[in-house]
Design a protein around this ligand. Sequence first.
Ligand code: BV8
Length: 235
Amino acid sequence: MKQHDPAERLVVLTGAGISRESGLETFRDAGGLWNRHDIADVCTPQGFRRDPMLVSRFYNERRAELAHAEPNAAHRALATLEQAARDGRWNGELLIVTQNIDDLHERAGSRDVVHMHGELRRVRCLSCGATPEWLGDCLPDTPCPACHRPTLRPDIVWFGEVPLHMERIAAALAACDRFVTIGTSGTVYPAAGFVAEVRDHADTLDINLEAPATPTLFDRTLVGPATRMVPRWVA
Ligand code: BV8
């Protein structure tokens, strides 16, 4: 049971843009992942059934890149804010809901992170349901460490699959009084629909490298790189 009634309940939704300055690729920017890969081939259950080796290699490459990436000032600023709440220096509550599958929020020190699209550093066994942590390559014939069957898949939510932790996310959105998005194009649902769910009861802010192409549902927008804008906003 929470010891205090926080004066402020903040939900932050992050997308690939917050990890861009850590060297991880986004999806829809120039040179992004969807410029070189067809979503249907590498980010759908049908694509995995059709060519499990192609999909396994796609995620093995990104897992290898993640091993060389470090959290950046934006990840660290959010972790600092969460620590301030734990220390009682900020009478608030912060929940990070991330669309990202990297672990840079956790490696920056954030503890309350919800990965709605799964995690690159986990795989899932289609036979026994085990979700072991996985740091190296995983191939279609790699045996599950629990049941030893070669039925592992990335523990990732693909298009057409149900995002994770949706009940917890819905409760946090209903209770929040501030909602901030950082580094997301707002093109993939249900995440892209969160701002419409909260805008009648929460202050909404979008932090992005580019100004929005069209007037947005957000009360405010901060335009600039996350590593510059997020520490300023948190301060
Ligand atoms: C669902 C996997 C039902 C992991 C991802 C037809 C059939 C089936 C489904 C659908 C359909 N039509 C529509 C749908 C729904 C579909 C959808 O939304 N499709 C879109 C294309 C229209 N959604 C789904 O299928 C979802 N499931 O709907 O199930 C349901 C719903 C609710 C409740 C119950 C059931 C599942 C979607 C998950 C797909 N998996 N990733 C992986 O491989 O990584 S999606 C992938 O793209 C990411 O995970 C992320 O969520 C999404 C969006 O990407 P962004 O993070 O926003 O990145 P992007 O590159 O787009 O933008 C980067 C931004 O950063 C830019 O704005 C850029 O300006 C900015 N930026 C860049 N650098 C910086 C920066 N900002 C600041 N600083 C910088 N330095």
